[in-house]
Design a protein around this ligand. Structure first.
Ligand SMILES: [Zn+2]
Length: 237
């Protein structure tokens, strides 16, 4: 069902996106955590202004719950080698190459607008995927030989909940955010998942297998807790 919407600039709560939805039975207010957009969803028979009024009546909630949104600037470093470069052009877009993310936007202020943040965030995800693919490809050749194991399939996915996983079909997945980790933690994550090819659990035999390849795995496992699989510019800057 196509939703129709209207954008308002409110003195009290900032930009509000009021979206009409035929299925909606009541007014709902929420933030998009990635780009900070404040949205009211409402039944389609209500006038748009009702949504705006609703958002303004919840000013305290809005101020308290506004998410911290990433601000992107020229020369930000994404992953290990992608440099963000901003140029000012009428059309907003982002192009990813081997070591660069070129962002075009009409002006500096628009960089902090939800739509632009969405476009840049997606480009950063593409860059991280390219980097993680290359990183994993290079390292699994070593690990595969060392552990004498090969997964049936390998995926690089935008996973925010974990760094890697292995299923009973012997398929291994890695998060695109691996490229934001230092080398030894990347190796720890890869060895951890390869050990799951032998032991699909976290038994003592599993940890022994990890330890046989990485004797200081306990230290690395602790260090990994200081990182999270989410977009973070300038970790290698
Ligand atoms: Zn595990």
């Amino acid at each position: 069902m196509a939703a129709s919407k209207k954008l308002f600039e409110s003195k009290l709560v900032g930009q509000v996106d009021v979206t009409k939805n035929k299925k909606s039975k009541s007014l709902r207010l929420k933030f998009d955590k990635t780009n900070g957009q404040l949205t009211v969803t409402q039944p389609s028979w209500l006038p748009y202004e009702a949504g705006l009024k609703f958002a303004e009546s919840r000013q305290d909630w809005v101020v308290k719950n506004r998410p911290q949104v990433l601000a992107f600037r020229s020369n930000d470093m994404i992953g290990r080698r992608h440099v963000l470069s901003v140029c000012f052009q009428p059309k907003t877009k982002a192009v990813v190459s081997k070591s660069k993310i070129t962002v075009s936007a009409p002006n500096e202020a628009l960089l902090d607008q939800p739509d632009t943040i969405n476009i840049i965030t997606k480009a950063c995800y593409r860059a991280l995927k390219i980097e993680t693919e290359a990183l994993v490809e290079a390292r699994i050749q070593v690990v595969s030989k060392l552990m004498n194991a090969t997964p049936t399939n390998l995926h690089i996915r935008r996973t925010h909940s974990r760094w890697g996983s292995c299923n009973s079909k012997q398929e291994i997945s890695f998060s695109i955010f691996l490229a934001q980790l230092p080398d030894e933690l990347v190796d720890y994550v890869i060895v951890h998942e390869f050990a799951h090819l032998e032991h699909l659990n976290h038994s003592s035999q599993f940890w022994q297998r990890v330890e046989s390849v990485i004797p200081n795995y306990k230290k690395l496992r602790l260090q990994l807790k200081d990182h999270s699989p989410a977009l973070k510019p300038n970790v290698f800057a």
